[in-house]
Ligand binder design. Sequence first.
Ligand code: FES
Length: 182
Amino acid sequence: METASSQGQSNDLAEDRTAAQRYMIRVNGVLHNVKNEDPRMCLAEYLRSSLHLCGTKTMCYEGGCGCCVVVLEYDNPAKPEKRIIKSMNSCLFPIGSLLSLKNHQVITVEALGSVKKGLHPIQQRLADYNGSQCGFCSPGFVMQMFGHASLWMGSLLPDHTHLTDPMLSTLEGGGSGQHLHL
Ligand code: FES
């Protein structure tokens, strides 16, 4: 039989769970709790310093150089059947803003490919045609092209990266019928 204290405890747990979910952001298919982070911290800084995803570079911190570009996707409140996919400068985007975007996901260059895992076709093309100079900003260029290509052709994430997040089911086909290969 459930006692008042155990019921109180389970209510607390439910509240904790809800609160925890409220502060989750999804990066490359994995949920991260940002409750203890400063919501004004820019996404680029969070990716690099907290998640150690250093493929996203930073330089100007004012939206000018493009080396920090990542791709963001989320449900379109006006057209639930179509998700919004856009590339954006992560140096200008505070992590707190992600929390209001339904079923959002941040995709960084790590989700696309690497020399070890195999290059994404966009990365391969850049390498084949000498599209880099020093290479520092190349991940940003790749993500910019990936965002545009995904916008027109649907998500172009490679099959070889796998989601560990059980909440993926809410994203699979989430409104658009489009399957996210992460
Ligand atoms: S660091 Fe230059 S555009 Fe973000």
